[in-house]
Unconditional design. Structure first.
Length: 157
């Protein structure tokens, strides 16, 4: 119920911080969401613990992937018409360049959404959206909240 309340507030009031808090890994990363004229923008503020390679330095690839996957999930939670929970089925990422020690951004594009499945493409960049550090694709199964709660592997998300 906490998640549904956070989704409702995000949709009606733009209270995205509460929705991010309801997704533990997104909250741990410090993900921020803002609504802009061309859609939701996701932000991963730089913090030293996110660095995976201190010689470059570069943000850990797993952090970049987790940020992108959570951005896609949050995007669906806010923008889908049905009240369904996205459950990741497949995630594929292409790393294009190192993500340096600075704020990282992501934008999502839902390329297909049906009653049960959604496909989202994500682009992630730092200084220039035309020079992404990574691009990814994710497929989600969209489950009714009741279906998820009744399942044997039920989790809050």
């Amino acid at each position: 119920m906490i998640l549904q309340n956070a989704i409702d507030k995000a949709r009606s009031e733009g209270a995205y911080a509460e929705l991010v808090k309801a997704i533990p890994y997104a909250a741990h990363l410090g993900v921020k969401m803002t609504q802009q004229a061309d859609g939701l923008l996701f932000e991963l503020p730089f913090r030293e613990p996110l660095v995976g390679n201190h010689l470059l330095p570069a943000i850990h690839g797993g952090v970049v992937a987790g940020f992108m996957e959570n951005s896609a999930m949050l995007h669906l939670l806010v923008n889908q018409e049905q009240g369904r929970l996205p459950k990741t089925v497949d995630f594929a990422i292409d790393y294009l360049r190192s993500a340096g020690p600075k704020t990282t951004y992501a934008r999502c594009d839902v390329t297909r959404q049906g009653r049960r499945v959604a496909h989202v493409q994500i682009s992630c960049w730092q200084d220039n959206p035309c020079k992404p550090v990574a691009v990814a694709r994710v497929h989600f199964i969209l489950e009714e909240a009741e279906e998820l709660a009744e399942g044997s592997d039920a989790s809050p998300l």
